[in-house]
Design a protein around this ligand. Sequence first.
Ligand SMILES: NC(=O)c1ccc[n+]([C@@H]2O[C@H](COP(=O)([O-])OP(=O)(O)OC[C@H]3O[C@@H](n4cnc5c(N)ncnc54)[C@H](OP(=O)(O)O)[C@@H]3O)[C@@H](O)[C@H]2O)c1
Length: 249
Amino acid sequence: MTTTIALITGANKGIGLATARQLGARGMTVLLGARDETRGREAERTLRAEGVDARFVSLDVTDEKSAAAVAELVEREYGHLDVLVNNAGIVRADGTALPSETTLATLREVYETNVFGVVAVTNALLPLLRRAPAARIVNVSSEVGSIAVMTDPRGALFELTSVPYPSSKTALNMITAMYAKELRDTPIRVNAANPGYCATDLNHHSGFRTPEQGAEVSVHLATLPADGPSGLLWGYQMDAGGGYGVLPW
Ligand SMILES: NC(=O)c1ccc[n+]([C@@H]2O[C@H](COP(=O)([O-])OP(=O)(O)OC[C@H]3O[C@@H](n4cnc5c(N)ncnc54)[C@H](OP(=O)(O)O)[C@@H]3O)[C@@H](O)[C@H]2O)c1
């Protein structure tokens, strides 16, 4: 039987680590993408101690050479990739987080990771994903990337005005939809995940969900059946009172 190989970016902590743990518990070999070797090896040790077939791979998503090196490693050692979870992400806000006070430096920094990084990693790995019987690509997005959710005056997020992070996830949503279109005649399914507001370093642990709960969303999309959907933003629905489902773009 061929081993199922999953690559998770930003897998050394938070939702990424929990996603690797859950995919590993399903018997997958999980490649833990991390930009820092010490943190990546620590995560590898943690998951291995739990019985997961985990392997640290050095991956800074803002560095195309790093993405190419991971693709070479996967090609050499496994010959294909079944699951890619584009999970790495950062938040930055300028001052009072008003659009009028947004700096291009912050915008560029956030887009380098949350937007350009996803395209770089996906394009580097796509030839290997095409070689899998039915690959899954999961782009970890957010409901703050949904224009419909963010502009609903009755919604919980209406007061948020920050530009860099939300707009980076809006771009990621469109990127997801476009890859899904390009790949619609293949067995590959491409979806965006909304983990919900989870307590991680990203938000100084202010989230009301756990990283494990957030990871459930990525795992669901990473293990969709052959007739599963493609090109959706799916996950936690805060404005619908919790539960999982399709969110509006
Ligand atoms: N937490 C939430 O409430 C929430 C809600 C919606 C969506 N999300 C999304 O979920 C994803 C995971 O976030 P999280 O909450 O788990 O945050 P986190 O605990 O801060 O983890 C972020 C991960 O991304 C990695 N990373 C950042 N820049 C990177 C780069 N250039 N190359 C490789 N890895 C990089 C970090 O590595 P280092 O340790 O080296 O920094 C870390 O492993 C993100 O895409 C985030 O936008 C989170």
